[in-house]
Design a protein around this ligand. Sequence first.
Ligand code: C5P
Length: 232
Amino acid sequence: MAEVIIALDVPGADEARALLGRIGDLGDFYKVGLELYTRAGPDFVQELHRAGKRVFLDLKLHDIPNTVASAVRAAADLDVDLLTIHAAGGPAMLQAAADAASGTGLRLLAVTVLTSLDADALSEVWGRPAPDVSAEVRRLTGMVRDAGVDGVVCSAGEAPRVRTDHGRDFLVVTPGIRPTGTDVGDQRRVATPAEAARAGADYLVLGRAVTRAEKPGAALASVLAEVAAAAV
Ligand code: C5P
């Protein structure tokens, strides 16, 4: 069954601790992203580990192969479970990252196309007519798999295709999750928890729909129930 990861998109350690307290024991896997890591760093990752939580370090690394490989080794030393890199860094960077993670407990995920980008935004970035986003995700995923990276981050809409192409042991992580009735915000390619679970995602990343809910613990409980119901 798909697992839920909560995105700790908060300014610092104090806010993250407060959120953890409001979410309670139901939350056991947390994503530390650029904002929180920049403020609270490895100390806060270790604090999460001491509290028995698993950590997804979402740094979306994108640099020359040597620099990314060194950062992957540093993340592996932190004992995090998951780390993101950008597929757009290219085959040499992906391969260097995969080699650096090999033999450690760290599983690497490549971001294919950010879920905040739609076809129009992509065509602006790439400077060519609006490409089909799914085709682009599929092409990039093939490159990621060939480089030996463990999985991808993609939208729930693209997840079934990734599953069909690459099978069960390739990790699929889907952000852009919006329970019915919640605000879409800046995301473009969104899905409900049930849709993402049925699409074959291993992990659903839940951000604002849980963290900005009036009762985050209750919001998470309802997402978990929806995922469980979708699995039967
Ligand atoms: O608040 P929301 O549910 O939109 O948060 C989604 C989280 O997933 C954010 O932390 C964002 O950085 C992350 N993410 C994403 N799209 C990707 C990779 C990660 O939205 N392709």
